[in-house]
Write a protein that binds this ligand. Structure first.
Ligand SMILES: Nc1ncnc2c1ncn2[C@@H]1O[C@H](COP(=O)(O)OP(=O)(O)O)[C@@H](O)[C@H]1O
Ligand SMILES: [Mg+2]
Length: 311
């Protein structure tokens, strides 16, 4: 299998701010690869460089065998890019939006009609043809944006937080569409801050402050969490939280309804017993058990500083 994207020390600064900091990636073809990270971690900046839209300050990248610095126009012609805001013309109809994009990619007239009909069928746009894009629902806008971004059948598709504005059912349908594209050989690079979406990716890079802090397959990343994740179920959640936070080797306590997810440093041997004992000493009735790490736990672990966090 070939490599769709290779980067070496890819860096972008804005003034003194380092938005993307020496990123090395090798992303295989015909896979979905995810960029995961909080707001401001550099996902959009990285994607815009890889699309040939933003010049790197330092480092290099090859996209579909093209050098992003030397051949940015060729890169732009060969990829598809769906932005966070979908980049549709609100005052144009669905048909006019698609037509406009077809012109950009200079599809010949005969082919154009066929391709537009195909895309309308595939992304269920036939009943909205004369509707202004601005009046579509989030899910409909997303389908139109995906149709536009894949008009020219790009081998590589960039999707920047594509599901932020749609409901869970639409998100599932959208991911089905993505897997169909991958089955046809398309490589997809998607940024997200949804852990359930990240889990569907073949490979992931976690970004924090412009730095890739972890990379691998979702399962591999979860299996490699060195901290012990302890779950506490109790009616006395506030008191339990305070008691657990007081333990020296606990670096994160997150509340999920009537449960606490407690992350304990690898150095804390017998984490379950220690947490259990601390709760008993505070006379808190609770069930304490070790649970397997989630992608969210991976993220908490790789971004942890010496400060302890509570959420
Ligand atoms: N054009 C710009 N000028 C100055 N700073 C920018 C610009 N674009 C992004 N940044 C900064 O770079 C960092 C990364 O931003 P961004 O790539 O948009 O992150 P994300 O997409 O992960 O939310 C942020 O601190 C942001 O404020
Ligand atoms: Mg962004």
């Amino acid at each position: 299998m070939g490599t769709a994207i290779t980067t070496k020390g890819l860096t972008r600064r804005f003034g003194s701010k380092v938005a993307v900091d020496h990123v090395d990636l090798a992303i295989p073809e015909a896979r979905i690869f995810g960029f995961l990270g909080p707001n401001g971690s550099g996902k959009t900046t990285l994607i815009r460089m890889l699309c040939g839209l933003l010049r790197p300050s330092e480092g290099s990248a090859e996209v579909l065998g093209l050098d992003i610095k030397a051949q940015p126009e060729a890169v732009r012609r060969n990829i598809g890019y769906m932005t966070q805001k979908f980049s549709l013309y609100d005052d144009l109809t669905v048909d006019e939006n698609l037509d406009f994009v077809a012109q950009i990619y200079t599809l010949p007239l005969g082919k154009k009609k066929k391709r537009l009909a195909e895309l309308r069928d595939l992304y269920q746009l036939n009943e909205f043809r004369q509707q202004m894009a601005g009046t579509l629902s989030g899910g409909q806008k997303q389908r139109l944006a995906l149709a536009a971004a894949t008009m020219h059948r790009p081998k590589l598709l960039f999707l920047d937080e594509p599901t932020s504005a749609v409901d869970p059912q639409n998100r599932r349908d959208f991911w089905d569409s993505l897997f169909n594209l991958v089955d046809q050989g398309t490589t997809i690079l998607v940024s997200t801050h949804y852990m359930d979406e990240a889990e569907r990716c073949h490979g992931l890079a976690f970004l924090n402050q412009g730095v890739v802090v972890a990379m691998g397959e979702p399962k591999e990343l979860m299996d490699n969490v060195a901290s012990t994740v302890v779950q506490v179920t109790t009616q006395e959640i506030a008191a339990a939280k305070a008691a657990v936070m007081a333990l020296p080797n606990v670096f994160s306590v997150a509340q999920l309804g009537a449960r606490l997810r407690v992350m304990c440093r690898p150095s804390m041997t017998d984490a379950v017993e220690t947490v259990d004992r601390a709760l008993k000493q505070s006379a808190i009735d609770a069930r304490v058990e070790a649970v397997s790490a989630s992608l969210e736990d991976v993220f908490v672990e790789v971004t942890r500083t010496d400060e302890r966090s509570a959420a």
